[in-house]
Write a protein that binds this ligand. Structure first.
Ligand SMILES: Cc1ncc(COP(=O)(O)O)c(C=O)c1O
Length: 449
């Protein structure tokens, strides 16, 4: 190209490759220029982290992302997992009692069904709400377990338990609306309520009530602005199980508030100990037209990484939630759905074996925690979490979490990661071997001296 051609070319406006709304290119260039022109000549590149972070913050502000993004919280278990993994990469022997996932492998017949689905050519999209045989199997499983009839057309299969809570909150949450949720509770509830613009209204789960919810307390928080109540039993992080009498009372009280919908998170419905029973909200026909009942495969069948869950929706909301699915993820991957079908229709022995192991570990950890100075732990009756009270140690929950991780090499989760009313507690997941649980508690005992 000659010199004139060069000049013309340089005068041409750069072409936009696409009408993208993403404006990150420009701030990225500014940061690169700042590093090249200011930090590099002074030999500060890569050293002046504060300067670089400051610039990144300024640039992030310049990107003008939606305000709602700053209201979105997180699940600290994933952050603790990342920190624990970073420490492991440094050669530290970390015992992970932080993350809430079974340490068992997915039972082999389920894995084989997933493999077979791929080999049989199930590689394409499926109906957005899930393949028909899977929705039928879910309905039959629920009828078998809870004795309540379920219409397979009201079952919507999604990638895990979380999408149902996100969709339910998006459906009912907006500025001016109020949504009730448990505190301490699964952190995603509060996070997505805030994201939706609705006002989060916590109700307390208290140790002196074995962390069951108190129906009167929940009902007393209902106002004309209340759109949705979230309940969770068996509960994360407390392991609490709400008795049927309290659920009866809640449902009876809801008769006076026909404008209020209910999201019942029953993902731990098969994880109960000490003769406890689960009362599904599906067994109350009077609220079926406003009940979203969430359950799934992650915990019961050790399938957290498969990303498979479902909810039974009120008939009137099925079309709306299906549109949310189509907009969000189209459908759940086909092989995972066939694996889920095998899980529900195949032998249940592996589930029973897991529960025997969890129960032994539960008894072990509760007893061991109660032997620590300043620690007391109620007899957790569901899920796979112990939620000891550490107030008498004089530490905050966060200090305890940091001490246990940094000094004892044991990952746990601060109670405040589950809401402000989790202060004074720490969550221990006993989805780890009995041997590791014993080792973890002994290490903690040493650093608490
Ligand atoms: C109470 C509760 N609900 C839902 C979920 C989400 O499950 P999934 O991993 O299937 O999204 C969890 C996961 O920890 C949970 O504790």
């Amino acid at each position: 190209m000659n010199a004139v051609g060069e000049i013309r070319r340089s005068q041409q406006k750069p072409k936009r490759s696409s009408p993208s709304v993403y404006s990150g290119e420009r701030p990225g260039r500014i940061l690169a220029q700042f590093i090249a022109k200011v930090l590099k000549p002074k030999g500060l590149q890569g050293r002046c982290i504060t300067c670089e972070l400051f610039i990144i913050c300024i640039l992030t502000i310049m990107l003008k992302t939606a305000a709602s993004l700053s209201r979105l919280g997180t699940e600290s278990a994933f952050e603790v997992l990342a920190r624990a993994q970073a420490l492991m990469a440094q050669g530290k022997d970390i015992i992970n009692l932080g993350i809430g996932q079974p340490d068992f492998k997915t039972p082999d017949h389920i894995v084989q069904a997933g493999i077979k689905a791929l080999q049989d050519g199930h590689h394409g999209y499926t109906p957005a709400n899930g393949i028909a045989p899977l929705r039928q199997a879910v309905a039959q499983d629920l009828e078998r377990r809870h004795g309540a009839p379920v219409d397979p057309d009201c079952v919507v299969v999604v990638p895990g338990g979380k999408p149902t809570m996100f969709f339910a909150v998006l459906m009912f949450g907006e500025p001016g609306a109020e949504i009730l949720y448990p505190n301490p509770g699964f952190p995603i509830y509060e996070s997505v309520i805030k994201f939706s613009g609705a006002t989060p209204i916590p109700y307390a789960l208290q140790e002196d009530n074995d962390f069951a919810f108190d129906a009167d307390q929940v009902l007393a928080k209902i106002t004309p602005a209340t759109r949705l109540i979230i309940i969770n039993s068996p509960a994360n992080p407390t392991g609490g199980v709400t008795p049927k009498t309290e659920i009866d009372k809640l449902v009876a009280g809801l008769a006076k508030h026909p404008h209020v919908a209910l999201l019942s998170d029953e993902i731990y419905s098969q994880m109960l100990y000490g003769g406890r029973t689960h009362t599904s909200l599906l067994t109350y026909p009077e609220i079926r037209d406003r009940l979203i009942m969430l359950d799934g495969w992650s915990k019961t069948y050790a399938m957290t990484g498969w990303r498979l869950g479902y909810a039974v929706w009120p008939k009137a909301l099925v079309a709306d939630v299906t549109r949310l699915c189509i907009n969000d993820h189209s459908c759940v991957n086909a092989a995972a759905q066939y694996a889920g079908l095998a899980a529900l229709t195949g032998p249940q022995d592996a589930v029973a074996e897991m529960m025997v192991a969890f129960d032994q570990r539960r008894q072990l950890i509760v007893q061991a925690l109660n032997s620590l100075p300043g620690v007391s732990c109620v007899d957790a009756s569901g899920a796979f979490y112990a939620f000891p009270n550490i107030k008498a140690t004089g530490m905050t929950s966060r200090q305890a979490q940091d001490l246990f991780l940094n000094e004892a090499n044991v990952a746990t989760i601060s109670g405040t990661s589950f809401g402000a009313w989790g202060e004074g507690y720490v969550r221990f997941s006993y989805a780890n071997s009995a041997q590791n649980i014993e080792r973890a508690i002994e290490r903690i005992r040493k650093v608490m001296k």
